[in-house]
Design a binder for this molecule. Structure first.
Ligand code: FES
Length: 158
C-alpha cells in the first residue's frame, strides 16, 4: 500500500524519538505517546520497530498500545474531534452536539472522514465541565458550537 507507506512515521524519526529517551525500555509508553502524537496512530511497522529497538517483546508492546485509550491502531485523520459525553456535558446537550458534528462530517464515532481530515471520538470528561457541552479539535476547545459555528470552525482545518 504505497499511500500508507508514505504517511508512516519514518523509522529514522522513530529512532530519534527513542534516542530522546536514551533507548530505555522503561520509556515504552512515552515513546508510543510521542509517535501517536506525531502520526495520530500507531502503525504495525512502527510498533515492530519500537519493540526491536527497545528490546521489548512485540506482544508486550501491543498490550500497552491496546490498553490505553490514548493510542490508536487504526489510521486517524489529520485532526481529532473529541465530543465530551460525560455527565455534566450530557445533561447540557452533548448528544445533540454529537449529532450535529457527526452529521456535518458524515461519520460516526471512531470513524475518519473520507478526505482524512477528521476523526470523530467521544470521551467521558475533558475536565472543563463548565464549558459543556464541549468538543475539542486537537487542542482547541469549543463550547456548544451551533451548526453554523461548526461549519466556520471546521473550515479552518486543512
Ligand atoms: S463532563 Fe464534559 S468536560 Fe466534564
Amino acid at each position: 500500500m504505497p499511500e500508507a507507506t508514505e504517511e508512516l512515521c519514518s523509522l529514522d524519526r522513530i529512532d530519534r524519538i527513542i534516542d530522546r529517551y536514551g533507548g530505555q525500555r522503561s520509556a515504552l509508553i512515552q515513546v508510543l505517546l510521542d509517535i501517536q502524537k506525531e502520526d495520530k496512530w500507531l502503525a504495525e511497522e512502527s510498533l515492530r520497530h519500537v519493540a526491536s529497538r527497545l528490546n521489548v517483546p512485540l506482544p508486550q508492546v501491543y498490550q500497552v498500545a491496546t490498553f490505553y485509550k490514548a493510542f490508536s491502531l487504526a489510521r486517524r485523520g489529520r485532526h481529532l474531534i473529541t465530543v465530551c459525553m460525560g455527565t455534566a456535558c450530557h445533561v447540557r446537550g452533548s448528544p445533540r452536539l454529537f449529532d450535529r458534528v457527526s452529521q456535518k462530517l458524515g461519520v460516526g464515532p471512531g470513524k475518519t472522514t473520507h478526505d482524512g481530515r477528521f476523526s470523530l471520538l467521544t470521551v467521558n470528561c475533558m475536565g472543563c465541565c463548565a464549558l459543556g457541552p464541549v468538543l475539542a479539535i486537537d487542542e482547541d476547545y469549543h463550547s456548544n458550537p451551533s451548526a453554523a459555528d461548526l461549519g466556520r470552525i471546521l473550515s479552518q482545518y486543512e
